[in-house]
Write a protein that binds this ligand. Structure first.
Ligand code: UDP
Length: 323
């Protein structure tokens, strides 16, 4: 199929583009490079540098690419930043995303695959979390993604634009070629790995007084290649709906740090800090629906495999995509 991938120069997008190409699809990447990197775009893909805020450019790019499917990764995705600057999240993730939906309809695209998030649920009453739980986000990032999910619902109802929305849990790890490089890194695993890379003296734990066994937040980490594979399955005609993507295993911040120590073979000093606003204590997926309805089967479900792939990539690219 021909796929138009927004945010294909970003972390998850770059690995998904690589997997799409490996599976024989044709790919056009549309990215403004505000968070993404030109070097993260697989050289088999067509690359367009453009902004979703520029609706004529979006429409023209889709017309030229004539895709059967749009895969939409481009977004701001930091919980903490969204608590300080909510307008950025509603503008970029909702308003500018709406330009993409309108362009999809105008160009006759019939299928849309969207990167949503477990942050749309807010703190759950029970884990593992299934797709039918109430969605009560506690930060503007999650709220903006939930708003876009609602737009998708109406565009499917009214315009017949079929969608799959994936609610990612915590993406981590790397492929052989592409990995995680944010200009300002806030994510746990890459920040912890800065210590064995010699780029930081210690890592930080945000909050040690959560109602969890060791007091630190629990997350469900999922290998970025496994996320990418789900997108390919979602492109199968007839597939639609909301799907969680996670492994169903929760790891605390302290457990992630000790896994990093094991994988790297080094002690990683820690500093305990106060809670980061907007963080739910515990998020663990049930991805049963994706397994049953899409036939999705994670290849790298274990945290040490995920961390090992990240560690390999960071050792090879200590400055990420910066030359
Ligand atoms: N975290 C931390 N230290 C860091 C980065 C993150 O303790 O340097 C915590 C963060 O507060 C959260 C968990 O690790 O509880 C996962 O955070 P991350 O930013 O990786 O992903 P999120 O769950 O926010 O999408």
């Amino acid at each position: 199929m021909k796929a138009f991938v927004t945010g294909g120069a970003g972390y998850i997008g770059s690995v998904c583009v690589e997997e799409l190409l490996n599976a024989g699809h044709e790919v056009t990447v549309f990215d403004n490079l505000s968070e993404g990197h030109r070097g993260a775009v697989d050289n088999r893909a067509v690359f367009i540098q453009g902004r979703l805020s520029d609706e004529p450019a979006v429409t023209q790019s889709i017309k030229d690419a004539s895709p059967e499917v749009i895969v939409h990764f481009a977004a701001n995705a930091l919980v903490g930043e969204s608590m300080a600057n909510p307008g950025k999240y509603f503008r970029n993730n909702v308003a500018h995303g709406l330009n993409l939906l309108d362009a999809a309809v105008a160009c006759g695209v019939r299928k849309f695959v969207f990167s949503s998030t477990c942050a749309t649920y807010g703190p759950p009453e029970t884990v593992p979390m299934t797709e039918d739980l109430p969605q009560r986000p506690i930060n503007p990032y999650g709220e903006s993604k939930l708003m876009f999910e609602r737009l998708l619902h109406w565009y499917q109802e009214i315009h017949g634009l079929q969608f799959v929305a994936f609610r990612y849990f915590n993406a981590a790890g790397a492929s052989m070629q592409f990995g995680e490089h944010h200009r300002i890194e806030t994510h746990l695993i890459p920040n912890v790995l800065k210590v064995p890379l010699g780029q930081a003296a210690h890592c930080e734990i945000f909050g040690t007084d959560y109602p969890t066994p060791d007091g630190t937040c629990i997350r469900d980490y999922i290998h970025v290649i496994d996320l990418a594979q789900a997108h390919i399955l979602a492109m199968t005609p007839g597939k639609r709906g909301f799907f969680n993507l996670g492994n169903g295993d929760g790891y605390s911040v302290r457990e992630v740090i000790s896994t990093c120590e094991k994988v790297c073979g080094r002690k990683i000093p820690v500093i305990e800090k106060p809670r980061r606003p907007g963080d739910p204590p515990k998020l663990i997926a049930s991805a049963e629906k994706a397994r049953v309805e899409l036939g999705w089967e994670p290849q790298f479900p274990k945290l040490d495999q995920i961390v090992a792939s990240a560690w390999e990539w960071h050792k090879k690219h200590p400055n990420g995509y910066t030359a």
